[in-house]
Write a protein that binds this ligand. Sequence first.
Ligand code: GLN
Length: 553
Amino acid sequence: MAKEGHKYIFVLGGVMSGVGKGIVSSSMALLLQQKGYPVNLVKIDPYLNVDAGTMNPTEHGEVFVLRSGLETDQDMGNYERFLGRDLTNDDYMTSGMVYQSVIARERALEYGGKCVETIPHVRDEILNRFESSAAYNGSRVSVIEIGGTVGDFQNALFIEAARVIKMKYPEDVLFVMVSYLPVPGTLGEMKTKPTQSAVRALNSYGVQPDFIVARSTHSIDEKRKEKLAISCSVRADRVISAPDIKSIYEVPLNLEKDHLGDILLEALHLPEKRTTSLSAWKKFTLAATNTKAPEISIAIVGKYFDTGDFVLSDAYLSVIEAIKFSASKLGRRAKITWINAKEIEKASSAGTAAMLSGYQGIIVPGGFGETGIEGKIKAIKFAREKKIPYFGLCYGMQLMVIEYARHVLGLKDAHTTEINKKTTAPVVDVMLEQKKHLADNKYGGTMRLGAYPCYLKKGTMARAAYKKELVEERHRHRYEINPKYIKQLEDAGLVFSGTSPDSVLMEIAELPRSVHPFMLGTQFHPEFQARPLSPHPLFTEFLKAAIARKKKK
Ligand code: GLN
């Protein structure tokens, strides 16, 4: 149960989706945290998937994996990056998850013979989840983002649950509507009417917003603030201006300029406490938006390209952010170029060289399936032979080992059984416990997921980067380096610098620095733990090597 007096802020979207509810939610949480109130952030995805793991990244963006292993929406990644801490399973829910619990309980006769209904049973399951999340160690405020837009069928039940919380604790609950105010080109002026309509729609649920965050290309002026205040019954000082800006990390700083932290405290009836400075955040933001910082050119060779650039950056969001954090720490600005692995597949060796030789570093990120795989392997071979810093993430590590087996060990047929079940050299093979899941078509939530410990071998690049012996990193995969090939690979010069504590699973592969400036791959996804104020050491080392390459030219 949540503690007495726990505060709730529900964040809802008006007019249209994709205007930054997640960033507003994270920014409010950061500001309250900075005011001395521990906050937890909750994301509600109203779709019926039980988790985000079964969705294609081109449809829904990256799948973000929590420490526990839960596969969630990319917003959870932003939450963790803003809060600077790990979130738990209680902080994420989908309609699928909620209904699944209710139905499981019904099957177990736990409703004592009653007719099980959306209201009250499903709604109460949502309420229970709000309360267990609020019970998080020490937290005083829950910021709960309800996905979608007001008026959707899918999220209505969550808004209804929020209304009930407000009824139970009228002094402790706020509703924030993040709305969009268009500035039509033909008129050149900001229009408030769609927001007025969205507020009316929310009113019809029995909910009145306490705040309106006015997202737009421009700042909202006083006249329009007044207009929204009068027509939507929201105090004018609670209509918050949120114009487009360069970097999402500037949003909390911008909101704080308007004293949003204090205004929220007042609205929540929370006394003012000590305020910790946002100076470290400010420093990071300045570095991250410094357009004069020298560039580091990084190529990401991936496959999720078919739906255009907009979605592309979503599909690899945590990787992009991890690069940014390490680049700003090094006083640089990363210029990322997307390279379609399918194009490399088709290219001649001169063509491959033309596509890749201009970069200071190459990344092959995580992935599944056959598309573009030979292109990725070609890119890895090129990086190894031309001594271009290379960083492989999950699939990028498995393919790095396959490339080594094929071209250095001479196992021409080397492959992963994910793609070629009949290969005579299954250098990457399905993990034992995964075989049954695949045979039974059990795909959802069954991969090797979440945080596992990893031991780092002395004298390796990995160990030098982390500066410790034991680390913990997050995983999401079904295949592994086949133990039968480890000795052969090591004898041929590949170093497994990180392993599971029992030495069974190979977690990091690298080439010695004497052979290559930076050729390293991780079976885990380091990008999930990179944060603005604590960049990931492996990304930082990779970029340092990339910077050094430019100097040599
Ligand atoms: N497809 C590979 C596996 O399942 C790699 C997964 C990934 O890159 N996340 O093992």
